[in-house]
Design a protein around this ligand. Structure first.
Ligand SMILES: Nc1ncnc2c1ncn2[C@@H]1O[C@H](COP(=O)(O)OP(=O)(O)OP(=O)(O)O)[C@@H](O)[C@H]1O
Length: 244
């Protein structure tokens, strides 16, 4: 289990951006991290991944933290960032090879998974191209292809649907659902509440860096003292204390 306990973090110790964030992601579930612009979603994800060091609190996988066992911790996670990150001097295929070697994947597994992903995301024709010639959505696909190539135990995605066309969104949703069925634990931040409500098993609603509600829709309704409210309505309650 990926466990986040009493996490404080940000960019200056004097002014933590996220405060006392506490939740977990189990294998085989999709957890949605929901909040307004600037609420602290990306900061939370970066702290979980160790891209920035938490001020306090712990992030662990099966009880082991990044500092205790960096290699095991990192090998169990993959990350799809909000803004695509790539090497200008490497082709798309070379990105896949690099990822496979970082995760010590055998070459035949690389071939099998990569070819299927390239076809699914309609990127076969451009696999030997350099990504700086790609559109923003195509660049985002590189991140998706690399993450699903690995099939990590836990996948962390920041705003997964931004910039993707209809077919790519559909392909990503299919992969998320099949990943979940195979036992992948998925944490995704999103603004698209309709999508989150449909595909996430549990939610963490954060506002101004603090958790306001968390759990299933039924659990959040209980915490808010409401009944049968939708995710949109619970979100409004969480940020405004408003009951519609
Ligand atoms: N590199 C940084 N240095 C200083 N402050 C930052 C940095 N990145 C983010 N922040 C601040 O941290 C706060 C939370 O930002 P964060 O990116 O975590 O929000 P978010 O919930 O992911 O927002 P969005 O939905 O717009 O992506 C904001 O006030 C932002 O200005």
């Amino acid at each position: 289990m990926l466990s986040i306990q009493q996490l404080y973090g940000g960019y200056s110790r004097q002014f933590p951006v996220i405060k006392n964030i506490d939740f977990s992601v189990s294998p085989g579930e999709i957890v949605g991290l929901i909040g307004l612009n600037g609420a602290g979603k990306s900061t939370t994800l970066k702290n979980i991944l160790g891209l920035i060091t938490p001020f306090s609190g712990t992030v662990s996988i099966d009880g082991k933290t990044l500092t205790e066992d960096p290699e095991t911790f990192r090998n169990q996670l993959a990350y799809i960032p909000e803004t695509p990150l790539f090497y200008e001097e490497l082709t798309l295929w070379e990105h896949l090879e690099l990822t496979a070697s970082a995760y010590r994947m055998p070459p035949d597994l690389l071939q099998e998974r990569a070819q299927s992903l390239l076809t699914r995301f309609r990127m076969q024709k451009v696999k030997n191209w350099f990504p700086d010639t790609f559109s923003k959505g195509m660049q985002q696909k590189i991140m998706i292809l690399c993450a699903f190539l690995v099939k990590p135990r836990f996948l962390i995605i920041d705003e997964p649907f931004v910039g993707l066309d209809l077919l790519a969104t559909q392909s990503l949703l299919e992969l998320l659902q099949s990943g979940k069925k195979e036992g992948m634990g998925i944490l995704m931040s999103t603004h698209i509440l309709g999508m989150a409500e449909k595909y996430c098993d549990r939610f963490v609603l954060i506002h101004e860096g603090q958790m306001r509600l968390k759990g299933t829709l039924a659990e959040m309704n209980q915490q808010a003292g409401t009944q049968n409210k939708s995710l949109d309505e619970l979100f409004m309650i969480a940020i405004e204390g408003k009951q519609s």
